[in-house]
Every structure is written in C-alpha cells, then in structure tokens.
Design a protein around this ligand. Structure first.
Ligand code: NAG
Ligand code: NAG
Ligand code: NAG
Ligand code: NAG
Ligand code: NAG
Ligand code: NAG
Ligand code: NAG
Length: 681
C-alpha cells in the first residue's frame, strides 16, 4: 500500500492534537469472538466509534488490553482485520507510550470529516487474563491466569469465593456454582502463579482485583483451583401467598424469564425449594395456578435427583424442546422455611432417606437415640410426606453426624403426625443403658429407578433404589411391557427395546426384582407383579436393560466416524440436522460428544438432491456456556425446514474417534429398524 496519500492528512491532524484532560473514555473490542479480541471501539460524546489503524501498534494495543483487564497484547492488526465498524472514527494517529491506563490518556488526533475508512479500523488480540481449562465448557475448569508470557495455575489457598464470582462474571458465564481445590492442575501443568488474589467481589474483571504476596506457604501443582459457573443466576417464586410458593422464575445471565412446566417434576421442585430455604416441595400445581408467566420462556428441562444443592447441578437438556406458552409455567408449593422441630434426612440417595436432623434453636442438629425403630421412623416419614417407613437404622461410623445434637431420645407410638407429638422428654431412667447413636430412616418415597451405563439417561441397565441401596432387575420374563413402565416412569417416552443378558454390563449389589410381569400401565416398576423384593435365582449376568424412545445419540455418518453427515438418533431412528444458524460452538460440542477432539469445521455441500429420511433438528444454537450438545437451544424436533442436501450439516472434526458407548450400543440394529420403519413413529 502506498504511503504518500496517508501521510499528507497527518500534517493537518498535527494541528488537531488534543491533550487528554478528561475521565477515561470507555473502550471495547467487537467482533473478535471473545471479550479480549476484536475491533477497537471507543465511546466519546455518548456514542461508540472506531479507531483509525494508521500508525496503530503494540504500545497502543497494550493500553487497550490493560484498560480492559485483558492481559497483554499478542497482536495489533492495523487495517480492518476484524471487519469494518460503523459510526464515527473517533481517533486517529494514536500514540501511546504503552504505560497509560486508558486509551484516551494517549495522544491522538480527533477525526472529524475523515479520509480514514472503516476498512482501516484498528484491532487488538489480547492474551486475556483469566481462563478456565480442562472442564466441559469454557465456563468450568481449573483457573489459570496469564503472567509473563504464559498461563499459570492459581493456587486454591490464594483464591476465594469472591475471586470466583469475579471470574464467572468476567467470562460471561453467570455466577459461581462451585469452587474447590483441583487434584490436578489443568492442561500443560506449567508454573503456578505466585500471587494471592484479594478481590472484594464487585470488580468487573479479575485483573482489577488487588493482589498480594501469599500469606500461606507457596503451593504446588496439587493445589489448583477448580471453578464451575452457572448461567442460572437467580430463582424466585412469584404470585404465591408466601415467598415459598408460586410460579417459578429463573434469571439466565441477568434476564428473568418463566420456566416451562413441560418437564418440571417433584425432584426438580425439591432442589429449588431447598435452595430457596423453603423446605421440600409439597406439590407442583399445573394449569396456570399462579397466573401466566411474563418475559422470555425458558425451555430448559432439568433432570434432578432431588439431592442437588442448586438446579445448575442437575443435567439439563433444551435441544428439540417443544414451544411453550406463558400459561404452561412451572410452579411449586414448598413446605416452607424451617421452624422448631422441622425435620430433614441427610446423606441418603434422596430426600426421603438418610440420617435424621431436627431444627432446634435456629440450627439443624443430630437426633441421637438408643432404641430407634420403625415406630419413630414412621413418624419421620409421615412428617416429611415421604410415605410409609421402609426401615429404621443407625448409620455406619462414616455416615454419622458431627454437628450439635438437637434431640436426645424420642419415643413414638407410631401414629403421630409429627415428631414433636412424640415423647421427647424422656427421663434418664426411661433411657436404657444403651449407647445413643445417630438415627436414620428410609421411607417409601426414596424408591427410584435409573438406567445405568447406557450413554444417556434413557437407555441402560435398569437399577432400582430400594431400602437405601441401588440394585438391579433380573431378565427372567423381562419384556416390552416392563420396559414401557420404566420409560414412562423416567419421562423417557416409549420403550424401543427390553434388553437382557446384561447388555449394558453387569451391575453390582442386590438383585432387587425378578419375574417382573407388568401390564404396561403401572405408574412404577415396583407396582408390577413380581417376586418379593430381593427374591431371585439370578446372577448379574442376567441384568435387565431398556432403550427408550427419548434416548438420543449423535454420529457423523461416513466411513470415518469423525467426519461426515451429522445425524441424531431420536424416537427410534436416525435423522439429519439442518444447518441454519449453525454456530462454531455447536460444531465443537458435536466433536467433543463424539470423542473426536474439541473443534471442527462445517463442510459445504453443493448437492441439490432431495434429503433422504427425516430431518430432526434445525437452528441448533449452542453458546459457549453450554457444556453438552443436548443443552443447546433449537427448533422443536422434526422441524421440516430443510429439504435439499445443501441444507444438511456436514462436519469434519479435528480429532480421531475413540469408539463411544452409544456407538457400540446402536451398532446393534437401529440402522435396520430405520429401514423397516421409515416413519419411525
Ligand atoms: C466495591 O466495594 C468497595 C467496598 O466494599 C467500594 O469501596 C468500591 O467502591 C466498590 N467498587 C465498585 C466498582 O463498585
Ligand atoms: C497442597 O495440597 C496438599 C495435599 O494435596 C496439602 O497437604 C497442602 O496443605 C496444600 N497446600 C496449600 C498451600 O494449600
Ligand atoms: C396471580 O394468580 C391469580 C390466580 O391465583 C391470578 O388471578 C392473577 O392474575 C395472578 N397475578 C399475576 C400478576 O400473575
Ligand atoms: C406438629 O403437629 C402439631 C399438631 O398438628 C402442629 O401444631 C405443629 O405445628 C406440628 N409441627 C411441625 C414441626 O410440623
Ligand atoms: C415420657 O416418658 C416418660 C418416661 O417414660 C414418662 O414419665 C412421661 O410421662 C412421658 N411423657 C409423655 C407426655 O408421655
Ligand atoms: C472412505 O470415503 C472416501 C471418500 O468419502 C473414499 O474415497 C474411500 O475409499 C472410503 N474408504 C473406505 C475404506 O471405504
Ligand atoms: C446454552 O447456550 C445458549 C446460547 O448461548 C443459552 O441461551 C443457554 O442458556 C445455554 N444453556 C445452558 C444450559 O447452558
């Protein structure tokens, strides 16, 4: 490019040098795909504009990176590398020493009627200051900061909850879900940063937090920090008569909306009640009980076990979810905040089994007894609305409580409606000479079913939680009617297959049921005729399995499984994915899901031929906070919006395949099934 034409206007600009003597002007980086890279934009007189790239260099870029808390400049592309901006070109001939704290502190010419063109807008790629590595998404992983040309691990003891809040906010990942020491430090395991972060918590980015010399001993690689952020930044119940009942509203990255009720269940509701300090969920009224929702409608479906501390810890899917109306808003009635003699069961596999704790004097305390049996357990189960008591027990040493004791000795007749109606003022003489120990209860409501080792919640070995322990089901007489009950119970649709002979591997522990013979309409597997619990003549090599219609899988159809036509298995058949609004995150998540590396390219196909078979999905729009393909929002299943082959998605991933579990699972005949049953429904 010639320079004469560029130099002459500079003479004019020299007359326009302005000395900065005002507050720092805001800057941002646009169209670089992340916060710390892009076209430089600056806000003057209340309007965003760009910076001319002539004479733009790394010293100037360094100031932008510093002002944004983005580490150091890696590149300072001069001319329109990140595409042309719009609006005024506010600055030209920028000259920074490199040590200024804001771009507007540098000398520059104010640019009025301009020769500089938006094609020449200046850009910056900064290193960034903090990242999370080695997790399933950019929003979870080991914390690393950029210091002196390399990424370094941050020591667990030099990093607090406040710093985690700042990191989640800076990475646009929402709020902190968990912070804990990481056994091994992420990728590379280079050096460890030798500073301690002293964030207040309100800093907008981590590099604005004060740092200091560590107070503790220096740490080693065994002491990294693992942070998981969640985009669910708030929850509230609205239009109920108390704060513990109402329609569920969820804040996603700062925007409040209504949660769709289509997959909302009691286990999800328990998690939310508990999180809000509202006890447990008594019911989930439907039909617009608390009025219609407002704001955007979130179609995320949660699959909680009921023991999680936060909805963000439950698996989530959104892919293919049906549209939802404001009338169909999720709602809950929780039991309410803890009050004297409220109970809870802790450490079990559900809210209805575990060690008993009682709320006394404003805190949860242990219950100790030396003659604890089913009469007392019955009262506990009744008070918690968990059904009949299945067992009363004293937890093994490792499961005993450590906190204060709330209640010492209790005698019930068994019919009391709650524990405060039992005799809790026992005389010393009434207590035998036994040793008082922690007590536990298993209630009927703790029974659960799950499908294990089948790559997804809707296919696998059938396992039942009974008497506080997981066990399996024997395949004698196991058929589709039995499988149908399991699929319905799990919200997994209809049964595609009742598998026998430990198709999904051998389980362990008890074999709880044998000779199961359902009609098919039962609400739960244990409502079906069968041998008595635990009575069987089977071994684990006969463990029963199920594949349900909501079981989903992915493949790249080709002779090489890391490249080809993207297909999704759903409702018993493979179908294509249309490529409208395909994002780079979607492509990456497909490659990750298939064990084919963590990035890929979308291939362009120039074939006008008509699509063969079903198209299952369109407008799959994964974002960077999504940690699996199944979480990504999309049009509802079966969109019928792509009809020729050019609109199908074809992907080539950067890695090689390790055969995954569902490929093995589906190599056994679902291709055939698709041919026999082309409609699949
Ligand atoms: C952050 O909080 C501290 C005190 O808690 C306050 O002095 C400071 O001004 C706050 N900073 C911002 C950016 O709000
Ligand atoms: C580092 O981890 C080891 C055990 O993994 C622990 O003993 C040590 O106290 C930790 N150091 C710091 C500074 O946290
Ligand atoms: C609250 O719920 C009642 C029904 O229980 C309904 O009549 C009312 O319109 C609702 N209010 C709002 C603001 O949604
Ligand atoms: C226990 O039952 C009594 C009588 O029904 C009731 O007054 C009391 O509030 C109940 N306590 C708890 C903790 O539920
Ligand atoms: C509780 O048990 C003690 C000792 O057995 C007995 O003396 C007392 O009367 C009982 N209290 C109630 C309210 O039943
Ligand atoms: C795999 O596909 C490529 C082109 O798609 C073809 O050239 C090659 O022969 C195929 N290899 C095998 C083993 O089928
Ligand atoms: C998935 O990403 C989309 C697009 O960024 C976002 O709207 C949605 O909240 C994310 N969902 C989850 C569960 O991360």
């Amino acid at each position: 490019m010639g320079t004469e034409g560029l130099l002459s206007p500079w003479v004019l600009w020299l007359l326009l040098w302005v000395q900065p003597c005002r507050g720092a002007a805001e800057v941002r980086l646009a169209d670089g795909g992340r916060r710390c890279a892009g076209r430089v934009e600056v806000k003057l007189q209340g309007q965003w504009g760009t910076v001319c790239g002539y004479s733009w260099d790394k010293d100037d870029a360094a100031v932008v990176c510093r002002q944004l808390g983005c580490g150091v400049p890696l590149e300072a592309p001069q001319y329109g590398h990140f595409g042309p901006g719009s609006g005024p070109i506010w600055m030209a001939a920028v000259q920074c020493r490199g040590t200024e704290s804001a771009l507007s502190d540098c000398t520059y010419a104010e640019w009025g009627q301009t020769d500089c063109n938006h094609r020449d807008d200046a850009g910056v790629t900064c290193s960034g200051f903090v990242r999370l590595v080695g997790g399933d998404s950019p929003c979870s992983g080991s914390v690393e900061v950029y210091d002196r040309d390399q990424w370094k691990a941050v020591c667990d003891s030099h990093f607090g909850d406040k710093a985690a809040e700042v990191v989640c906010r800076e990475l646009q990942c929402g709020t902190t879900l968990s912070v804990h020491g990481a056994a091994h430090v992420g990728e590379g395991a280079g050096s460890v940063w030798d500073r301690e972060l002293q964030c207040v918590g309100n800093e907008s980015v981590l590099s604005f937090c004060p740092t200091g010399a560590p107070r503790d001993q220096p740490c080693t690689h065994g002491n990294g920090t693992h942070v998981t952020c969640t985009q669910y930044t708030g929850f509230r119940l609205v239009n109920g008569s108390t704060a513990c009942a109402g329609r569920v509203e969820v804040e996603v990255l700062g925007t409040w909306g209504t949660l769709c009720a289509s997959r909302w269940d009691l286990s999800d509701a328990h998690v939310l009640c508990q999180h809000l300090g509202c006890g447990f969920a008594e019911s989930i009224p439907g039909g617009g009980h608390f009025g219609r929702g407002t704001g955007p409608i979130w179609r995320d479906s949660f699959y909680c076990e009921g023991t999680e501390a936060h909805l963000g810890q439950c698996p989530v899917t959104a892919l293919g979810a049906s549209l939802c109306s404001h009338e169909n808003a999720a709602a809950i009635i929780c039991s309410g905040p803890a009050r004297p003699m409220s109970l809870r069961l802790v450490g079990g596999g559900s809210r209805c089994d575990g060690r008993v704790e009682v709320f006394q004097h404003g805190t949860w305390g242990r219950v100790l007894d030396e003659q604890w049996d089913k009469q007392e357990a019955s009262v506990v189960c009744r008070q918690l609305q968990c059904g009949e008591a299945e067992a009363a027990y004293t937890p093994v040493r490792a499961e005993r409580g450590r906190g204060p004791v709330g209640l010492h000795g209790v005698r019930c007749a068994g019919h009391e409606s709650n524990l405060s109606l039992c005799n809790t003022s026992l005389l010393a003489s009434a207590m035998a000479a036994g040793i008082a120990e922690d007590v536990g209860a298993v209630c009927w409501g703790s029974r659960r079913v799950r499908l294990a080792d089948g790559a997804g919640r809707c296919a696998g070995r059938v396992e039942i939680y009974y008497q506080g322990r997981w066990g399996t089901v024997c395949d004698d007489a196991w058929d589709l009617a039995d499988a149908a009950v399991v699929c319905r119970q799990l919200g997994c649709g209809w049964a595609l297959e009742a598998a026998g002979s430990a198709r999904f591997g051998e389980g362990s522990g008890q074999i709880w049921l044998d000779g199961v013979n359902c009609f098919g309409a039962e609400a739960a597997l244990w409502d079906c005729p069968a041998e008595a619990w635990g009575q069987h003549d089977c071994g684990h090599k006969e463990d029963a399995g199920v594949v349900c219609s909501e079981f989903m899988a992915l493949r790249l159809e080709n002779n090489n499984s890391c490249s080809g036509r993207l297909q999704v298995f759903y409702n018993g058949m493979w179908g294509s994915v249309c490529s409208n609004s395909m994002t780079t995150e979607t492509v990456s998540l497909v490659c990750k899901e298939l064990g084919c590396g963590n990035e890929g390219n979308q291939e362009i196909i120039l074939n006008y031929a008509k699509l063969s078979g079903t198209a299952w999905l369109d407008h799959v729009e994964c974002g960077k906070s999504n940690s699996s393909f199944w979480q990504c929002p999309s049009d509802p299943w079966h969109p019928q919006s792509c009809d020729d082959l050019r609109e199908e998605t074809h992907i080539t991933c950067n890695g090689k395949s390790e055969p995954s579990r569902h490929q093995v699972l589906l190599s056994t005949g679902y291709g055939e099934m698709q041919r026999r049953n082309p409609e699949g429904l």
